[in-house]
Design a protein around this ligand. Sequence first.
Ligand code: MG
Length: 264
Amino acid sequence: MRIARFSIDGNVAFGAVEGTAPDALVLDIIKGIPFADFELSGTKVPLSKVRLLPPVLPSKVVAIGRNYAEHAAELGHSIVDDQGRPDAPVVFFKPSTSVSGPGDPIPYPSFSQEVHYEAELAVVIGRMCREVPRERVKDVILGYTCANDVTARDIQLSEKQWARAKGFDGSCPLGPWIETELDPADLAVGCTVNGEQRQLGRTSDMVRSVEELIVHVTEAMTLLPGDVILTGTPAGVGPLNVGDEVAVTIEGIGTLTNKVIKRG
Ligand code: MG
């Protein structure tokens, strides 16, 4: 099922996306919330009549860095230490205020000269959990969506922590919806800028799988319903400019499109 969050006539609701033709999608409005038992109301609205919102409002976005060897290499990093042992994953936060939805603008931060796109598979957590063993990971995942881990690369390189570089307002577009029936093991993850392909990787190239990442993160912290895990970006990252339209497409989910604007 594809679950979208949307507003219509000033009301916010979740709905199940139905149909396949892009111009003829409808939303069956959900009674309740997708993190608990819910049912479809049978009341349907055309997708073209609503404004899609970020599919969740996470209490936190936990992001993983250097989870694709080729991308780590393009930024000059190895994913193993001098003895050939795998490094611990890089884990960082993006604040709840960085989250935006499909079609929302990405305001170019005033303090950066080099903002990059990073297409990523996002995992949406469905229930409160901690210390999740590998065999229970499936039980805590509601589904998957597309994310753009927008990064002020110059600031990331010049400051010790990445809070400003990766946490500015609008730096975490999510959407367009949550796909609940998806095997994340081998999906194409792509990014285009103004229609030109810039990234195209596969989740099968992740250094650590979704299962390993959830185990690793929940060893340390409780995840709440709606929290999001970003699983890292494949190779091909590069700059965005004001006016660019950036689109993240993940096989089996859909496309998340955002435009870069001058920050007002
Ligand atoms: Mg990233």
